[in-house]
Design a protein around this ligand. Structure first.
Ligand code: C2G
Length: 128
């Protein structure tokens, strides 16, 4: 079984997220999403609208997602890949090059982001 892993906050779910999750899942047979906790979002200087539990429940309802576990720090990626026998690490290409250290443990793939949508854009548009 080819296992794929990806990371994110996944707040205010939109097609950019869905396009990423679909393409990530298509690279293997199993997709593990490592979801930023509210505490780790604070470290990323992000404030999610939905709680971790709600963002987790929403992701678990998506057909492309097989499992969701918490992301609590920047440093957990190597152990996540090793401990979960991951074959492919996937992120949107806004992160291109940032996680190449994982190439020692698995394939690293940066996928093109979906243009014209982001959680920040949604928040800004709703404030107009
Ligand atoms: N994404 C995308 N297209 C968009 C918006 C987001 O492809 N229009 C992708 C991002 O590139 C990322 C995923 O969707 O791969 C989740 O996006 P975020 O929730 O913003 O994730 P981020 O805060 O970048 O978390 O340790 C890594 C971090 O947790 C990444």
């Amino acid at each position: 079984m080819k296992k794929v892993i990806t990371y994110g906050t996944y707040d205010l779910l939109h097609m950019g997220h869905i396009n990423l999750l679909r393409r990530a899942r298509e690279l293997g047979d199993y997709l593990l999403v490592v979801l930023s906790t509210d505490e780790f979002n604070a470290i990323k200087h992000k404030t999610a609208y939905h709680s971790y539990e709600d963002r987790k429940g929403i992701l678990e309802a998506i057909r492309y997602v097989d499992e969701v576990i918490p992301e609590t720090c920047w440093e957990q990626k190597v152990s996540d890949v090793v401990d979960n026998q991951i074959d492919v690490f996937v992120m949107g290409d806004d992160w291109a090059g940032q996680f190449d250290f994982l190439k020692e443990y698995c394939e690293v793939v940066y996928l093109p982001r979906t243009d014209g949508i982001s959680t920040t854009k949604i928040k800004n548009d709703l404030h107009k």
